[in-house]
Design a protein around this ligand. Structure first.
Ligand code: NHR
Length: 182
């Protein structure tokens, strides 16, 4: 998220950040975004229990007020209902820590290690109602090294996430959906 904000602040970017929203009022990124002068909002999902639609209705308020053209999920861990996703169809991106279509969902690094994969990486994709299955907009690859744990692999992939997502957003915001491969 900060990599996206910093890139957008660099001067020659086709997009500008209008809001950083989180489901975690304690998320460190909210304070960091605010320090960069970006509007922030937090809607805690926990008081809504299992009522995803009610949580999303509350989350939607600050988002609609900010009038974004594009939504970027970055570490957002609440599965979104089709109603929410459809509202932003073709305008919502996510970065996922695997080389999709391998390992949608959770625990991607552990699953890559258990499979004995020689390579891992991250994918930026369009968010559709089906989890981590939307059109691929970019991918970056890293080697899996001897002795890797889920944590060491995650750290190597994260470096690439911070390169890939800004590269994809630049292209996407300029109206170009050609995938970026790093
Ligand atoms: N929503 C839709 N409709 N489609 C996608 O592609 C989505 C999405 C919401 C989030 C991010 C995704 C990831 O890249 C994402 C993509 C959370 C879960 C999950 O199971 C799965 C994938 C992703 C994010 N969340 C649990 C839930 O009950 C909670 C897990 C937890 O809190 O640790 O929502 O990783």
């Amino acid at each position: 998220m900060l990599a996206l904000l910093r890139d957008m602040a660099s001067g020659d970017h086709p997009a500008q950040a209008v809001l950083v929203a989180s489901n975690d009022p304690g998320a460190a990124g909210l304070a960091r975004a605010a320090a960069l002068g970006v509007a922030v909002a937090a809607v805690d999902h926990r008081p809504f229990g299992g009522d995803r639609a009610a949580f999303e209705a509350a989350l939607l308020e600050p988002i609609l007020a900010a009038r974004p053209d594009i939504l970027c999920l970055a570490g957002f861990m609440r599965v979104l209902t089709p109603a929410f996703v459809d509202r932003f169809a073709g305008r919502m991106l996510n970065i996922h820590p695997s080389l999709l279509p391998k390992y949608p969902g959770l625990h991607t690094h552990q699953r890559a290690l258990e499979a004995g994969d020689a390579e891992a990486g991250c994918t930026v994709h369009e968010v559709t109602p089906v989890l981590d299955a939307g059109p691929i907009l970019g991918q970056a690859r890293v080697p899996v090294l001897a002795g890797d744990t889920a944590d060491t692999l995650a750290a190597r992939v994260l470096v690439q996430e911070h390169r890939l997502y800004p590269a994809v957003l630049r292209r996407f915001a300029a109206g170009d959906r050609t995938p970026v491969f790093l």
